[in-house]
Ligand binder design. Structure first.
Ligand code: HEC
Ligand code: HEC
Ligand code: HEC
Length: 128
């Protein structure tokens, strides 16, 4: 190996060791979040839409809720199963999912998202 090769090899080794904590943590990363259901949610058994849809689309659904409530004044939402709900982040979502920290936050912390909704909207203080 010539000098150039040695330097490059050295750099690669150095870089690997230097960044080890970063990619090691990534690989062995925190286990996927396990959002906990409150007693009320457990009793209700289902969400406003099916779970798979909620998992991936709840942010869009909330957007849609906000728009229908604020722009169109529609305050009722009918899920695919025919049940109706009041269109409200605090009074509906957070009434059932009253354990925001063990539910919403557990996923959001994992995904590193911090919805700014709580600047204005309220959520219940710790209850299960
Ligand atoms: C700057 C303050 C503010 C922020 C931040 C905010 N909202 Fe709102 N939101 C309001 C106001 C004011 C209304 C209208 C309240 C009404 O007419 O009942 C509203 C209404 C809503 C509604 C329909 C009515 C209700 O009570 O829930 C939804 C759903 C909603 N917002 C969702 C969200 C979501 C989701 C976020 C975060 C991504 C968010 N909002 C962030 C102020 C805010
Ligand atoms: C009547 C109670 C109730 C209401 C109201 C409700 N949920 Fe749910 N939600 C549940 C239940 C129960 C589950 C879990 C269903 C299951 O285990 O399959 C769930 C599941 C979810 C999930 C998926 C969780 C996961 O493990 O992947 C998300 C996200 C969610 N809800 C968000 C919301 C949002 C946002 C709202 C308001 C638009 C809302 N929920 C309103 C009861 C409710
Ligand atoms: C199963 C995991 C999970 C649960 C439970 C969950 N969320 Fe989320 N949420 C996410 C993920 C992941 C994102 C980011 C999606 C993206 O960036 O595309 C997100 C994004 C959002 C956003 C948009 C934020 C933004 O800045 O774009 C809102 C609003 C939101 N969630 C509200 C809620 C509320 C309210 C609850 C509890 C009732 C909840 N979520 C429960 C996983 C979850």
């Amino acid at each position: 190996m010539n000098d150039k090769g040695m330097i490059i090899a050295g750099l690669i080794i150095f870089f690997t060791i230097f960044t080890f904590p970063i990619w090691y943590n990534h690989g062995a990363a925190a286990p996927p979040p396990e959002p906990e259901l409150s007693q009320k949610a457990k009793a209700a058994k289902t969400c406003v839409e099916d779970t798979a849809y909620m998992r991936t689309e709840h942010m869009h659904l909330l957007n849609q809720w906000r728009n229908t409530a604020v722009r169109d004044g529609l305050r009722e939402y009918t899920g695919k199963d025919g049940k109706t709900y009041e269109v409200s982040l605090s009074n509906t979502c957070l009434d059932c999912h009253s354990n925001k920290e063990q539910f919403c936050d557990r996923c959001h912390n994992y995904a590193s998202v911090t919805p700014y909704c709580w600047d204005c909207h309220t959520y219940p203080k710790e209850k299960m």
